[in-house]
Design a protein around this ligand. Structure first.
Ligand SMILES: *[C@@H]1O[C@H](CO)[C@@H](O)[C@H](O)[C@H]1NC(C)=O
Ligand SMILES: *[C@@H]1O[C@H](CO)[C@@H](O)[C@H](O)[C@H]1NC(C)=O
Ligand SMILES: *[C@@H]1O[C@H](CO)[C@@H](O)[C@H](O)[C@H]1NC(C)=O
Ligand SMILES: *[C@@H]1O[C@H](CO)[C@@H](O)[C@H](O)[C@H]1NC(C)=O
Ligand SMILES: *[C@@H]1O[C@H](CO)[C@@H](O)[C@H](O)[C@H]1NC(C)=O
Ligand SMILES: *[C@@H]1O[C@H](CO)[C@@H](O)[C@H](O)[C@H]1NC(C)=O
Length: 613
């Protein structure tokens, strides 16, 4: 399993270059979702290879019952390996990969099998893995997309933004960026006029409400099918009676931004929580309030220190950045930063493999290294080689990896993709629509305010601070405000395993690596402290999220036990992992890791809080 992430910000990302990604991640056959008729009740169709897909109609505006407009949610599930009436059937586990802006359908197609193996207990418990494209995203309609099929205009905007460089370059770059944001805002307003309003209805409280609806619809369908299948089954009477005592409840795993979504859900609908695992934990108060996004980078630079340490210890045969004459890790570190400072001063001219002109600055290197910290096991050795080659003057791999991580626009496909009806992979505006709608309104801030904001983030992380500031910068002119909003408190009443209305059925289970580049352990602890009985599992690993970034039977057993019994450890526990980024026995950890092009299979597609395994 692997993970990608990082967001598409207004300024710096080119995530959608590959419009085919939505379906290509899974190697599954393509599906034309228009052939599925939307319905108010859940109606599954066979799709892809062994999956079930549905399009569920929900009110666009949950706050206004006289408004008849609808959103149509694209849903995909991987069925359990046993039938629904098997005694070991454990129900649906909803999953969200983060982003925001990432497609849950793509996630379940690419990672459903791995996730199912992670939670299933063979012969005892078997789950179906259920996901959906949240509002505004992917195949769900209406789509938050200000460019539609006009891929050329989108790329032009992104190239313009890239040329402006990092926001840490000074006040001029901030002013230029503000103008770009205003222009985008105009484009989005025009697009909403033409295509209908959607962007005010995509923020997290609306998505949480959709989840309640989906949980109910899943339950209704199961009862309908159970009733027709088991009319003569004497157990049926008993089953009905217990069901009347309770409402359908959510079983959930949220990654990264998906932990914020889970926290909103639990805080708004605590009586609907069955099981909830939150992996790679976002500080929900910081996400929803104030300037925002200030807590993420607490441990980022510490992981970079671990990179130097590990590289030095592994030596030049494994980490090509090291030399035999290095007395300590700091010599590698010094060489790196002095090279980056040179690039800040004098950028390198380069060409992509197809001949596109690329100018590489220090900003690109910081972004690439920052992206790599999301998954050390998968990327550290390759990162070392890429940097080493570039420092020697060969930028081939560097340019290709910048493109793969979504930091460079892939202009090769722009013309062939223009006016195409293929869904784009990761759309910056669908991410902004969620982030800006959830956060406080910051559209009145001037360049001076933004300059301080950028400095604040730079002081948290020299490596990733400037890049990170683009996330909230994408809201600097965002023109839509939602009516359905939630600012906390992010808390739940005490859990009751015997199902008491208004209370979770089990405490929440939080997972965090020891060092996470964008959702630090201290956020997991802070969030857990507000949910009575919740536990934090600290996995002794680095990377973004736990599941899928490092193998640990210890963590896996705690999670599988939790889904079965609802119990969490009584205090914070730590779990060891079976191998690390510099070991030679770790690369076989996931099926994808065997692929020849590891960076390619790990697509960091411009989403800051996306975990893709
Ligand atoms: C609710 O929706 C109706 C129908 O679209 C609209 O006329 C009305 O103004 C809306 N009410 C509010 C409070 O937005
Ligand atoms: C790209 O597609 C858009 C939308 O159909 C169209 O308006 C525009 O002219 C196209 N641009 C090019 C360069 O083909
Ligand atoms: C640069 O690196 C690429 C990929 O690693 C390699 O194919 C190429 O031969 C190298 N170029 C030179 C001039 O060494
Ligand atoms: C875009 O595609 C539509 C439908 O396929 C077609 O009618 C239209 O002429 C195309 N526009 C351009 C600018 O190619
Ligand atoms: C929010 O509600 C107000 C009235 O309460 C209404 O005028 C406005 O149109 C609503 N906004 C959206 C995005 O629905
Ligand atoms: C992998 O190698 C490391 C270092 O040699 C060792 O500590 C670890 O136990 C090994 N893990 C597995 C799963 O073999």
């Amino acid at each position: 399993m692997h993970l990608a992430s990082q967001s598409v910000l207004i300024a710096l990302s080119f995530a959608l270059a590959d419009a085919a990604i939505l379906d290509s991640t899974s190697q599954a056959p393509q599906l034309d979702w228009d052939t599925i008729t939307p319905s108010r009740d859940l109606e599954y169709n066979d799709c892809y290879d062994g999956y079930k897909c549905a399009r569920l109609e929900v009110p666009l505006d949950w706050t206004n019952s006289t408004d008849t407009r609808t959103a149509v949610i694209a849903i995909a599930k991987l069925p359990a390996v046993v039938s629904d009436d098997d005694p070991s059937f454990g129900g649906s586990i909803f999953v969200n990969p983060g982003g925001p802006g990432a497609s849950g359908v793509s996630f379940v197609l690419s990672d459903g099998h791995d996730l199912q193996q992670y939670v299933d207990k063979p012969g005892r418990r078997h789950y179906e893995i259920f996901s959906w494209d949240p509002r505004g995203i992917g195949r769900t309609t209406p789509s938050s997309n200000c460019f539609r099929s006009d891929v050329v205009s989108r790329s032009a905007w992104q190239v313009e933004a890239r040329g402006n460089g990092g926001l840490d370059k000074g006040i001029d770059s901030i002013k230029y960026g503000l103008a770009l944001s205003k222009a985008l805002s105009q484009r989005c307003k025009d697009s909403e006029k033409q295509w209908g309003d959607g962007m005010a209805f995509v923020n997290t409280p609306s998505v949480a409400r959709d989840m309640v609806e989906m949980v109910d619809k899943v339950d209704e369908l199961r009862k309908r099918e159970g009733a027709s299948k088991a009319e003569d089954d004497p157990r049926q009477e008993l089953r009905k009676r217990t069901e009347e005592d309770d409402v359908p409840r959510l079983q959930y795993i949220g990654f990264s931004y998906g932990t914020a979504l889970g926290n909103y859900f639990a805080s708004l609908y605590p009586g609907r929580v069955g099981r909830m695992v939150l992996d790679g934990v976002v500080h929900a108060d910081d996400y929803a309030n104030g300037p925002g996004w200030l807590t993420n980078l607490h441990d980022t630079d510490e992981i970079l220190e671990e990179f130097w340490r590990g590289c030095h210890q592994a030596g030049p045969s494994i980490c090509t950045l090291a030399t035999d004459s290095d007395a300590s890790p700091s010599e590698i570190k010094t060489r790196f930063w002095s090279w980056v400072a040179d690039l800040d001063d004098v950028p390198i001219p380069a060409l992509s493999s197809s001949g596109t002109i690329v100018v590489i600055t220090g900003d690109d290197i910081r972004k690439l290294v920052g992206s790599s910290l999301y998954n050390p096991i998968r990327t550290f050795k390759l990162l070392a080689t890429t940097l080493h080659e570039a420092m020697k003057g060969n930028t081939t791999e560097l340019v290709s990896n910048l493109m793969k991580f979504g930091h460079l626009p892939n202009l090769d496909t722009v013309c062939s993709d223009n006016n195409s009806t293929k869904p784009a992979a990761m759309i910056p505006e669908s991410q902004s629509a969620v982030i800006c709608g959830d956060g406080d309104d910051i559209t009145d801030k001037d360049a001076g305010w933004w300059s301080k904001y950028v400095q604040r983030l730079m002081s948290k992380s020299k490596l990733f601070g400037s890049y990170w500031s683009n996330i909230r910068f994408s809201c600097s002119s965002w023109p839509f405000r939602p009516n359905l909003s939630f600012k906390g408190p992010f808390t739940t009443p005490k859990a009751h395993p015997n199902l008491v209305a208004g209370h979770p059925a089990a405490p929440l289970l939080f997972l965090s690596p020891r060092l996470d580049p964008v959702t630090p352990l201290n956020s997991a602890r802070a969030m857990a402290a507000n949910h009575p009985g919740a536990a934090v599992v600290v996995q002794e690993s680095m990377g973004h999220c736990v599941i899928g970034t490092a193998p640990s039977d210890c963590t896996k057993n705690i999670v599988a036990d939790y889904f079965e019994s609802g119990t969490v450890p009584s205090e914070e526990v730590t779990c060891k992992t079976q191998c690390g980024p510099w070991d030679d026995n770790c690369s076989g950890y996931s099926p994808e890791a065997a692929s020849t092009d590891e960076f390619a299979s790990w697509q960091f597609q411009g989403n800051p809080l996306l975990f893709r395994q």
